[in-house]
Design a protein around this ligand. Structure first.
Ligand SMILES: NC(=O)c1ccc[n+]([C@@H]2O[C@H](COP(=O)([O-])OP(=O)(O)OC[C@H]3O[C@@H](n4cnc5c(N)ncnc54)[C@H](OP(=O)(O)O)[C@@H]3O)[C@@H](O)[C@H]2O)c1
Length: 289
């Protein structure tokens, strides 16, 4: 199959490049904004035609959650309008769109892990534009798989794990919120899960949403403590409340995603968050040696 990956310089895009290097049975096309701007319908259409794209994995997004509150038009263009463009091209070419979305489509008031069919009610600009992107894809009539994930990190790019390790080197003490619960996701595990979906569903007519994170649930404070411990940092982490750490965009207090659907429909086993965190930190330490 000919597989197009957009946003390939991002955390997930790079993780998919590593998977592709080990899976030569497909022809992979890796693009980012410098080679394929997904907001440009004509460019996307030309790319599909020229390369006979069977599957498009959309890793491109506007991911700056707080900045999105000040740049709603740009966030909407990349997170809502561009997925509509990709979906229209997929419909035109009978291709399948695998699109990545977020736990921030939920309001966080649930007391049980969110299932794929729970109602969405985002309150941040980022969450709303991502939810509208999902809807645009569903309304397009193309074959699609939407994978919602959360708290993504990797050894590349900017993320919570790398920020904590850096703070661990420069601060004696930090405060981290302890009243927002979710589950971290190592980009390499998500990339592997997406590859399993590619192998399982290929170009079959599919209209599915799946949730994927690592297993378990923790707060940002607990996550920070684990990062300091595994990374060997002697920085004290103090638990604080969301009220004590105001941010421009409000985050869901609870955004644990229910993983039963992807596990039962694919048979995949999902690593526990701490095991994956250890692997990622090992990778980061090796890179810095
Ligand atoms: N990061 C998280 O914690 C998190 C949590 C839940 C869900 N997700 C979702 O997971 C997916 C992957 O996230 P990520 O963390 O890997 O994102 P990322 O690291 O921010 O990467 C996104 C990539 O898309 C590129 N891009 C932006 N606009 C584009 C355009 N118009 N055309 C083509 N490429 C464009 C970005 O380029 P620039 O860097 O130049 O803008 C960047 O290389 C996204 O859909 C995101 O919403 C992420």
């Amino acid at each position: 199959m000919n597989i197009l990956v957009t946003g390939c310089y991002g955390q997930l895009g790079i993780a998919l490049q590593q998977i592709a290097a080990d899976n030569c049975s497909h022809q992979w096309f890796f693009t980012d904004i410098d080679t394929l701007n997904i907001c440009d319908f004509n460019a996307v259409e030309r790319y599909f035609t020229a390369n006979g794209i069977d599957i498009c994995i959309n890793c491109a997004a506007y991911t700056a959650v707080d900045k999105a509150e000040d740049e709603p038009e740009l966030a909407e263009k990349v997170n809502t309008e561009a997925p509509r463009i990709l979906a229209d091209c997929c419909k035109q070419h009978q291709s399948t769109l695998i699109h990545v979305s977020t736990d921030y489509v939920f309001d966080g008031n649930s007391r049980h892990p969110y299932r794929e069919d729970d109602s969405t009610a985002p309150f941040s600009v980022y969450g709303k534009t991502k939810r509208n992107g999902e809807r645009a894809i569903q309304e397009s009539g193309c074959n699609y798989i939407i994978v919602r994930t959360a708290w993504l990190y990797s050894s590349t790019g900017k993320n919570f794990v790398k920020t904590m390790l850096m703070l661990g080197d420069t601060k004696d003490e930090i405060n981290v919120v302890d009243d927002q619960k979710g589950c971290p996701t190592w980009a390499s595990d998500l990339a592997q899960a997406i590859f399993v979906l590619v192998e399982n569903y290929g170009k079959k007519p599919t209209h599915e949403i799946f949730h994927f994170t690592n297993e378990g649930q923790i707060t940002w404070y607990e996550f920070a403590c684990a990062i300091m411990e595994i990374g060997g940092k002697h920085c004290k982490v103090n638990p604080i409340t969301t009220d004590q750490y105001p941010t421009k965009a409000k985050r869901p207090a609870y955004s644990v995603l229910d993983l039963n659907k992807i596990k039962s429909m694919t048979g995949m086993e999902i690593p526990f968050w701490r095991d994956s965190l250890e692997k990622c930190i090992e990778e980061i330490i090796k890179k810095n040696e």
